[in-house]
Design a protein around this ligand. Structure first.
Ligand SMILES: Cc1cc2nc3c(=O)[nH]c(=O)nc-3n(C[C@H](O)[C@H](O)[C@H](O)COP(=O)(O)OP(=O)(O)OC[C@H]3O[C@@H](n4cnc5c(N)ncnc54)[C@H](O)[C@@H]3O)c2cc1C
Length: 460
């Protein structure tokens, strides 16, 4: 089965280890005026701030019931990507008093720029199988709870694999019996259905993350602080007791969750135990003039460039119109394309990550080759961007309590499946923090303890 980019990217590894620190210093925290804090870069001055944005409409089939705890446990969740936000949501729903700390803006990195493709069974047979299955169904129930179709474009999809040869003059092998939708009118061959509306779906990842956080803020009082986490404070008994922000501000907490995506590799407490590296991948978002012609079909391409260039595996995801535009009946559906990945150093500031012009050019060429609706004259370019997949040495996410530091947990390394696996990761971490074990997914395989024997050096 052609699971190209999603398969390849999950196998990239790297290695490096360091030490971990016990305490920290400096403080800083920035803040944003209500209600735009989810969407903008931080302004300076006031101390901390909170958010609320998307209206949440209906509550049909709530995600798993979480019994509130008698007294509120304060938990600091660090990192405002999909993993941090899902964790904050489920923790707060379970009765924790949660502070979410993000250094830039919510979903500013991969969680805002991903494809948002979800698959029930594509991880079957591997270590992610139960996580992915649980998460696929959690997405479905969250969509009912949060009005996903309207708020963040949740919808089931049909998914096809196909071969496209750029130099071929022939048009697609589409005919009245073909499974290819009519908008795929380029030189496409060998189309195959690799996912049905029962097994594949999509969300707009940035809107999903922000909608979930809005719910967490509005209904469960999650507090959002904009500031860079420099370290975790640990007491004499080896238990996490605070997080320390750039500039010196200390936020006391009884438990800490580190969900820093590819920046986990730059955080000493984590990089002393395992490596998380970044794989840079590119994407473009196009707004076709004839948006109504684009049907909900995700495409996994085996793409052969002209003149014998290296074959590529780009992915194409049409997305529906959502939110205000939908309610105003303004049908501006869009098409997201991604691919062109390479290992690169992750820059400190997520807002400075931009696409390499050559990679963007290639994606535009792929778009116009696949469909005449996606050529320059027929589609406006809405975004040209890049972001980093968080990759672990064994291609398995790291979810669990950090060995040797009680009350300090990590959720990272989700590679190309973080949007899919965010909800189950968040729900499992919430259970682990609040109850001491996870029932939704067995986290043994994901434990950071698996790296301990490999540690090269530990500084005291
Ligand atoms: C091109 C592309 C397409 C993808 N498509 C899909 C897809 O279709 N389906 C799917 O399931 N997955 C997909 N993924 C993967 C998915 O996007 C990632 O696995 C997921 O977003 C990782 O989420 P995260 O929360 O771990 O990390 P991130 O989204 O990187 O979030 C980490 C956050 O932590 C913050 N942070 C870092 N350091 C600090 C600090 N010291 N203090 C405070 N905050 C900090 C950052 O600013 C950032 O906001 C795709 C990824 C890419 C690149």
């Amino acid at each position: 089965m052609s699971r190209t980019f999603h398969q390849l990217t999950s196998t990239r590894v790297n290695s490096r280890r360091l030490r971990y620190l016990k305490m920290a210093i400096t403080l800083h925290s920035k803040s944003l005026p209500f209600p735009n804090s989810l969407f903008l870069r931080p302004l300076s001055s006031s101390r901390k701030i909170y958010v609320a944005t998307a209206t949440i409409h209906c509550f049909v089939s709530p995600s798993p019931a979480m019994d509130p705890q008698p007294s509120k446990k304060h938990v600091a969740v660090c990192g405002g990507g999909v993993i941090g936000v899902c964790t904050a949501y489920f923790l707060a729903k379970k009765g924790a008093a949660v502070t979410l700390i993000e250094k830039s803006s919510i979903a500013c990195a991969a969680s805002g720029k991903a494809g948002g493709f979800l698959a029930l069974d594509w991880c079957d047979g591997g270590p992610l199988s139960s996580l992915a299955r649980a998460s696929f169904y959690l997405h479905r129930s969250l969509s009912e709870e949060l009005n996903g179709p309207e708020n963040y474009g949740y919808r089931p999809l049909t998914t096809l694999s196909l071969t496209v040869t750029e130099s071929s003059s022939s048009k697609s092998s589409g005919n009245s019996n073909s499974i290819l939708p009519s908008w795929v009118d380029g030189p496409a061959k060998s189309p195959r259905t690799i996912g049905s509306t029962e097994t594949t779906a999509q969300v707009h990842p940035q809107l999903f993350t922000k909608t979930l956080l809005s719910k967490a803020v509005n209904d469960y009082n999650v507090e959002v602080v904009i500031g860079k986490v420099e370290s975790v404070g640990v007491d004499e008994g080896g238990r996490a007791e605070s997080v320390v922000l750039e500039g010196g501000r200390v936020i006391a907490s009884e438990a800490v969750v580190l969900s820093l995506g590819p920046w986990s590799g730059k955080f000493e407490m984590l990089s002393s135990i395992f490596n998380v590296s970044g794989l840079k991948a590119h994407s473009i978002v196009l707004e076709p003039k004839e948006a109504d012609a684009i049907t909900p079909h995700a495409l996994f391409l085996s793409y052969h460039p002209a003149q014998g260039g290296k074959p590529m595996d780009p992915e194409v995801y049409p997305r529906p119109t959502v939110g205000l535009l939908l309610s105003l009946h303004l049908g501006h559906g869009e098409v997201y394309l991604c691919g062109m990945s390479s290992e690169q150093e992750v820059p400190d500031d997520p807002e400075t990550i931009s696409g390499d012009p050559e990679s963007i050019k290639v994606l535009k060429r792929v778009a116009r080759t696949v469909s005449s609706h996606l050529g320059e004259a027929e589609a406006r370019v809405k975004a040209e961007q890049a972001c980093f997949l968080p990759c672990t040495e064994d291609s398995v996410p790291i979810i669990g309590e950090i060995p040797g530091i009680k009350g300090c947990y990590v959720g990272t390394g989700h590679s190309c499946w973080g949007i899919l696996n965010g909800p189950a990761t968040g729900a499992a971490l919430a259970e682990l923090v609040m109850d001491g074990h996870s029932s939704i997914v067995d986290l043994t395989r994901f434990s950071p303890a698996r790296f301990v024997g490999h540690r090269k050096r530990v500084l005291t």
